[in-house]
Design a protein around this ligand. Structure first.
Ligand SMILES: Nc1ncnc2c1ncn2[C@@H]1O[C@H](COP(=O)(O)OP(=O)(O)OP(=O)(O)O)[C@@H](O)[C@H]1O
Ligand SMILES: [Mg+2]
Length: 314
């Protein structure tokens, strides 16, 4: 499989007077083409360092990184042409307007004038800053600055978007706008890498993710692949919705081999098991009046807790 982003044993060691900090420790990240990919990890995990290397702003100490097949050290100009970056902190020219800032950045990227004007109008509209096009950036709030940073990342209509904490400072409408925009851009065939620890805000729109901890990628894949390891360690969860009080059904469920816990809340029976018992559940529930039976997949939040707090990969 050809990946949009691929790193091999990527290592970054910062050295300062206090000693050395291993920010990335043999990280192997694989982002398939055309997906919305989350890079999830707590503060200091190495997200920004990894992103900086991908776009050529930092050099790795060891290992390699490629974006769209281009080497991040030797071919960073090719990468810059094709990648839109939203960095952790974006500094605009405060005395210039939003429009002028984008014009300046677009010219630096070599976008021809005619196309540039059209693109600036488009991206300002997309991020909801159209009315503010001619306002000076020094009058912008933090969220407006973040919207402009997103507009800047979209300006060259990039094949790959790399966004470091993109929803920081956005209000709920801004967050919703962001999620809709990302979902649409990925449908159009782009690849998007989003680093964040705010899973409730952006996590759930991702189809794939990597969990980064202390500079290592401890797990990665699509939701199904990541859920598999979770289930093997934490067990399987099911929900059975019933119509009437199901004393006999509860008793039968408790007797199934592998069942760890059976609980009843209103009309829903929750079953936790150490193995996959879907087949047995279908058999048992078939003899009762049940409205529905389903396996409950873990959420990104549960996966985050699992891969970061649950002793995974220590
Ligand atoms: N320029 C630097 N010099 C020295 N150490 C650094 C430098 N930049 C980052 N670090 C260290 O490298 C580690 C990873 O930092 P990084 O900024 O990549 O983490 P992050 O996952 O982006 O965190 P956050 O969620 O807070 O943005 C941290 O221990 C940090 O202190
Ligand atoms: Mg960071």
């Amino acid at each position: 499989m050809e990946y949009a982003i691929e790193t091999e044993n990527l290592t970054k060691i910062y050295r300062d007077r206090a000693g050395k900090v291993v920010a990335l420790d043999s990280a192997n990240l694989r982002v398939p083409k055309g997906v919305l990919f989350g890079l999830f990890g707590p503060n200091g995990a190495g997200k920004t360092t990894l992103i900086s290397i991908l776009v050529g702003l930092q050099l790795p100490t060891r290992g390699t990184a490629r974006v769209l097949g281009f080497d991040c050290v030797k071919q960073s100009l090719e990468i810059r042409k094709r990648v839109g970056l939203l960095p952790e902190n974006y500094g605009f020219y405060e005395h210039m307007t939003a429009y002028e800032n984008l014009e300046f950045l677009g010219r630096l990227d070599g976008i021809p004038w005619g196309e540039l004007r059209r693109r600036i109008d488009e991206v300002l509209e997309l991020v909801g800053l159209k009315e503010w096009a001619n306002a000076k950036v020094k009058t912008f709030s933090r969220g407006m600055n973040q919207r402009l940073a997103l507009a800047q990342a979209l300006l060259k209509d990039p094949e790959v978007l790399i966004l470091d904490e993109p929803t920081l400072g956005l209000d709920p409408q801004g967050s919703a706008m962001f999620r809709e925009l990302m979902t649409r851009l990925v449908k159009e065939g782009r690849t998007i890498l989003i680093s964040t620890h705010l899973l409730h805000e952006v996590g759930f729109i991702c189809s794939h993710a990597a969990f980064i901890r202390k500079g290592r990628i401890v797990a990665q894949g699509n939701l199904e692949e990541l859920a598999k390891q979770y289930r093997e360690a934490r067990g399987y969860s099911y929900e059975v919705v019933v119509q009437e009080r199901p004393e006999d059904l509860l008793r039968e469920l408790r007797q199934l081999e592998g069942v760890v816990e059976v609980g009843l809340e209103n009309n829903t029976i929750r079953v936790r098991a150490s193995r996959d018992i879907m087949r047995e559940l279908l058999g048992v529930t078939g003899r009762y009046q049940v409205r529905s039976l389903r396996e409950r997949a873990p959420t990104w939040d549960e996966l985050y807790q699992f891969y970061h707090g649950g002793g995974w990969g220590e």
